[in-house]
Write a protein that binds this ligand. Structure first.
Ligand code: A2P
Length: 357
């Protein structure tokens, strides 16, 4: 998974795999908005999209069908076309000399692949980089629910050690891709028009409903999304090599809700040391990538609509958990844009780290 091919350490050539998808479109917007210094950009998707044009920095760029040759001359490849495409083409991109930032789950738990949230564990990137002497390789973007949670909770974890996390998620359509977003829109319109809602991507009616996350249920009764939150958090927090009992104990229930593109999460934390409401608020106020909306008088707290199209994770309902003795429990609620910080923004931030190295 490494190569010695030379790469450009400034103004890299960039490829976007899955450019036409929900995350792919956002990659282009985030690269443009953040003025990412690139020399060229290659848009790749399935043969169905070949020849389509997409706008980038005011120019019409033509989408190409992804092939084995797509990565010749590419320095950084941003992947978001699903796990099987990443498994097939990610190693080919690395062999061609590129650094892959992969949004799928294909390599997240592979030991030598760093799993990175730039605000939390940039050092895990190690020697993967664009400069001479640094290596090509795959860097994995964590699961969206995991990214949102660790971006908010790491400051608290570092201050007082989180022993246990109980998480409930309220996840938007976007996590299942552009077609799922369209399914929510179409079903909502159909139901309002008095027609029957037709499930296609999801098995259940989505409009005016919610259901357990569509990820497959595993032998232990958890679904894969829930177990991603457990395992990925351990890896990001550097706990994967610790004995089970020494890790943060994490349990999650992941639910799909009829919201377009921002996830919400209820998080209950138990700390090693006491954590007051005031201390938690002060830590969150300083945490990079986090904003607080917590107005008890106005009963105004984070909502998915606050978070959509925004970079930050919005945190509120910050309160002492009255069920836990000794002031060692905190409850909070957070919202974050699933496509942005949960996917495209986090990946572009990783690419920015590569340029800064
Ligand atoms: P296409 O639009 O041509 O199908 P989403 O997660 O929003 O559903 O997006 C999935 C992305 O992955 C799209 O850009 C889609 O391209 C792309 N994709 C799907 N299958 C392939 C494939 N076989 N080769 C390359 N890209 C693919």
């Amino acid at each position: 998974m490494t190569t010695a091919n030379p790469r450009r350490s400034t103004h890299p050539h960039v490829a976007v795999v899955g450019a036409t998808g929900a995350v792919g479109v956002e990659f282009l917007q985030v690269l443009e908005q953040r003025n990412f210094p690139l020399s060229s950009i290659r848009l790749l998707a399935s043969p169905r999209s070949a020849g389509k044009t997409m706008k980038f920095r005011g120019q019409d760029l033509t989408v190409e069908a992804l092939t084995d040759k797509s990565f010749d001359g590419i320095d950084i490849a941003l992947f978001s076309a699903g796990g099987s495409i990443s498994k097939q083409y990610g190693p080919l991109a690395v062999a061609a000399g590129a650094i892959v930032v992969d949004n799928s789950s294909a390599f997240r738990m592979t030991a030598e692949v760093p799993l990175v949230v730039p605000e939390v564990n940039p050092e895990h990137i190690g020697n993967i980089g664009l400069k001479p002497g640094q290596k090509a390789g795959i860097i994995a973007n964590p699961n969206c629910s995991t990214i949102l949670m660790v971006t908010a909770m790491t400051a608290l974890h570092r201050a007082a050690g989180i022993k246990r996390l109980v998480i409930s998620t309220y996840q938007a359509a976007s996590g299942a891709g552009a077609q799922a977003m369209e399914e929510l829109r179409q079903q909502t319109q159909d139901v309002l028009d008095g027609k029957e809602a037709k499930p296609v991507i999801f098995k259940q009616q989505y409009a005016f409903n919610l259901f357990s996350h569509n990820a497959p249920i595993m032998g232990n009764g958890y679904n894969e999304e829930e177990m991603k939150m457990v395992k990925e958090t351990h890896k990001i927090w550097g706990q994967d090599s610790l004995p089970e009992a020494a890790r943060t104990q994490i349990t999650a229930t992941c639910i799909r809700v009829p919201i377009m593109r921002a996830h919400a999460e209820s998080v209950n934390a138990t700390f090693e040391k006491p954590m007051t409401e005031e201390a938690a608020k002060a830590l969150l106020a300083k945490a990079p990538g986090v904003s607080i909306i917590d107005d008890r008088e106005a009963n105004r707290f984070p909502m998915p609509l606050d978070a959509q199209h925004q970079d930050d994770i919005y945190v509120g309902r910050i309160r002492r958990d009255i069920s836990q003795p000794e002031g060692k429990g905190i409850d909070l609620f957070l919202c974050g844009d699933q496509i942005r910080k949960g996917a495209a923004l986090n990946a572009v931030q990783i690419a920015e780290l590569l340029l800064a190295k």
